[in-house]
Write a protein that binds this ligand. Structure first.
Ligand SMILES: Nc1nc2c(ncn2[C@@H]2O[C@H](COP(=O)(O)OP(=O)(O)O)[C@@H](O)[C@H]2O)c(=O)[nH]1
Ligand SMILES: [Mg+2]
Length: 356
């Protein structure tokens, strides 16, 4: 059979198109921040393992933060604690995302206490540093009593893309495993994709989702959801909110209103306001926390994406500056990738030998 050249070119173009369609298309379309939730939806539609087969170990997931800090600290104190080492340590802490203020405080405290307590050997100094860092996390140890109120209402706040909706899905999974009944409230009424994403988590966990159309008043959706949970005798309401930054003033007004409106229910809601922060944003998380606390009083923090490239040191700065308990950490995208924050395990993991 003889192919004429035009036909060959036609076939080549067709094959190239098919190859691009199958493999190149995703990469060819860079994701705008606004589309983050659409991709989020895509990622949560991935099949969920039946059982928690291999939960991400806290330790393993922190390996990146861990190797950075522990490698740098290794041998740092071999010459005691002098001005030069102070500068080196400062650089290490800053690069681990501990932040300027908290780093200054840590260095001053280390200097003071090492003198007072007569510590100058490398092991002793390292232990002291660990103690000082851990002391910033004492607020993280608060225990919340979820048994007193029915429903116990947990409101998630935070900017777009930090992981609010995903954390709701993970918490629903967690509470259910704990034998609690759960209801999800689609308070992010800003975009249809947000409601859809929450519904997907609802289906996956087999829990009801109270939602209205896009553009509905967020506070009234959440109010209705709480009423409904009360009528059904549901234990836990997990309430989603919008996090758009494009219109900060509106967002903050909306959050204030949500707080006010929920307060009108006679159940003392919201019982928890969890500010969700992406650990990967580093020091920016601090300014987000400051901004949000002007609108509504958070009762705790959730730090997501600690499985990624986050350096982890932000935990110390956040705890020290806001005195808020870090309730949970996110270590991945799956339902089981959420851990209650354990300050001791966290510090140990950060200081563990990188070679382990
Ligand atoms: N690696 C990782 N990804 C996360 C984590 N939490 C959320 N994500 C992802 O972050 C993206 C945004 O999450 P989403 O819940 O939609 O954020 P929201 O805008 O605050 O509701 C999604 O792709 C999630 O799968 C986490 O702990 N680790
Ligand atoms: Mg969301």
């Amino acid at each position: 059979m003889i192919f004429d050249p035009l036909m060959l070119i036609g076939i080549a173009v067709f094959v190239a198109f098919i190859v691009w369609f199958m493999f190149g298309r995703k990469k060819a379309a860079p994701e705008a921040p606004d589309q983050a939730q659409d991709s989020a939806r895509e990622s949560i539609t991935a099949p969920l393992a039946d059982e928690v087969a291999e939960p991400v170990s806290f330790f393993k997931a922190l390996s990146r933060s861990r190797s950075q800090l522990s490698n740098s600290l290794k041998g740092l104190f071999s010459g005691g604690f002098d001005e030069e080492i102070r500068e080196d340590l400062e650089a290490v802490l800053l690069s681990a995302d501990v932040g300027v203020e908290t780093t200054d405080w840590v260095l001053e405290t280390l200097e003071e206490r090492s003198k007072q307590e007569g510590i100058s050997d490398p092991d002793g100094l390292l232990k002291l540093l660990k103690d000082i860092l851990a002391s910033t996390l004492s607020a993280a140890e608060v225990v919340v009593d979820e048994s007193l109120n029915t429903p116990h209402v947990i409101l998630m706040i935070g900017v777009n893309g930090v992981g609010k909706t995903t954390t709701i899905g993970k918490l629903a999974h967690r509470y259910q495993a704990d034998g609690r009944s759960v209801l999800l409230a689609a308070g992010d009424t800003f975009r249809a994709a947000a409601v859809e994403q929450l519904k997907t988590w609802g289906e996956r966990n087999g829990v009801p989702v109270i939602a209205q159309d896009t553009g509905a008043d967020s506070a009234s959706v959440l109010y209705d959801a709480c009423e409904s949970a009360k009528a059904r005798g549901t234990d836990i309401v997990l309430a989603d909110t919008a996090g758009r930054l494009q219109n900060k003033a509106n967002l903050m007004n909306e959050l204030e209103k949500i707080g006010r409106v929920l307060g009108k229910l006679d159940i003392g809601a919201p019982h928890e306001v969890l500010l969700v922060l992406d650990a990967g944003t580093g020091q920016n998380a601090i300014s987000q926390a400051r901004e949000f606390s002007k609108a509504i009083q958070a009762t705790g923090l959730v730090l997501t994406k600690l499985d990624g490239t986050a350096k982890g040191g932000i935990v110390f700065a956040l705890s020290r500056e806001f005195g808020l308990p870090i309730r949970y950490v996110g270590l991945g995208e799956k339902a089981e990738d959420l851990r209650a924050f354990d300050a001791t395990a966290f510090v140990d993991a950060m200081f563990a030998e990188a070679s382990e």
